[in-house]
Design a protein around this ligand. Structure first.
Ligand SMILES: [Zn+2]
Length: 137
């Protein structure tokens, strides 16, 4: 059991201390948890997911490439609300190769979304990369 705040970041055990680490990082980033359940980038664009809870007929949802083209880049998704009340999606991927990350950034830019890289990734420090996805201003 971690005994201090620093242990939270040196004892890297997925699913064990991640929620506690997220308390720190969410405060740093000015985020509070959202009740939104779907890890769909469409939610950042004011859209309802077309694939959850089941895939609907017609055009694929904007989130489909996240699963089908970018591999596990949408691992460990969490939904948040920022200080201005805007939706935010965080992803923590096991560090992807640069080309996949570049493709993901291009995909987001094409859909009016920005991607920042967080300094610390609560899921598995040193192993996962924190991506913070927001609607462009
Ligand atoms: Zn979707």
């Amino acid at each position: 059991m971690p005994s201090s705040a620093s242990d939270l970041w040196t004892i890297a055990r997925a699913g064990y201390s991640a929620d506690l680490r997220w308390v720190e990082v969410a405060a740093d980033l000015g985020l509070r948890p959202s009740r939104g359940r779907v890890d769909c980038v469409g939610a950042l664009l004011g859209q309802r997911c077309r694939e959850w809870p089941e895939r609907r007929a017609g055009d694929p949802c904007v989130c489909r490439p996240l699963r089908e083209e970018f591999g596990s880049i949408n691992d460990h998704a969490r939904r948040w609300i920022d200080a201005e009340g805007r939706p935010v999606l965080t992803l923590e991927t096991y560090v992807p190769e640069g080309s996949r990350l570049d493709a993901f950034r291009a995909y987001c830019a094409a859909h009016g979304l920005t991607v920042e890289t967080g300094e610390r990734s609560p899921h598995l420090p040193g192993e996962t990369l924190l991506l913070i996805v927001r609607p462009a201003q």
